[in-house]
Ligand binder design. Sequence first.
Ligand code: ADP
Ligand code: MG
Length: 257
Amino acid sequence: MVKASNNTVLHVADVHKTFGGLHALADVDLAIEEGKTHAIIGPNGAGKSTLLNVIVGKLAPTRGTVVLDGEVLTGKSPHEINQMGVARVFQTPEIFPDLSVFDNVMAPAFAKRDGSFKINIFNSLQSEKDIAQEAEEIIVDFGLEPMINTHAGALSRGHKRRLELAMCLIQKPRILLLDEPTAGMSRHDTNTTIDLLKKIKSTGMTKIIIEHDMHVVFSLADKVSVLAQGRIIAEGSPDEIRANPKVKEAYLGESSE
Ligand code: ADP
Ligand code: MG
């Protein structure tokens, strides 16, 4: 079993998930380190989305636990897990189409203020003006400034994705989970997203990225875990993974895409 070290932010310990007779995840152990970008790759049906859903609390594991900074997440609701600092970017952007770009970025901030949250980022010391300034900075950083007053519903797909990332970042999550952040994007939009994610990386945020596109994985990841048929079959640096014959083999059966 992978032991959590002092640098471990998120520890997935001996996780299993079965659907009827199907072992979607088996013996999954992962230690996600502070400030690192950890990619989880694997062929279709490998269990990547299932693993993500177990981490965010959308699915209960059949066995095993997920621990964030020493606190067990398993058994908590997705909302509680989110409040504890686990933010997820969905495959389809979840934005408020009728609100402006600016109001979309501000929305998570106000949600945070309402109630007793563990990660109290927008605490009473931070005025609305400060939050607005922070929102503006993120919008500029993300190249969304020209659309700051545009209704989010009118944005291009690529810009919607960027907006969703901005909405996550303003929450200053402990860990950011990205589920195929470049799925369906053109090569140009993919490269822009890689640049943005590199920017986020330079802030020291810990990230898990689930990705099919090897170009994206090898541009961003510090460490790569390979899932195949629900099991981690290899783990290492991008270079080690690229050279691993087991990984090549796992991808060979994938000709239908
Ligand atoms: P990936 O994201 O790597 O493509 P998934 O995690 O979506 O893989 O799926 C892993 C396996 O679990 C697949 O065989 C899939 O059909 C099965 N599976 C996923 N979700 C469910 C579910 N809710 N009910 C039954 N089987 C599921
Ligand atoms: Mg999937």
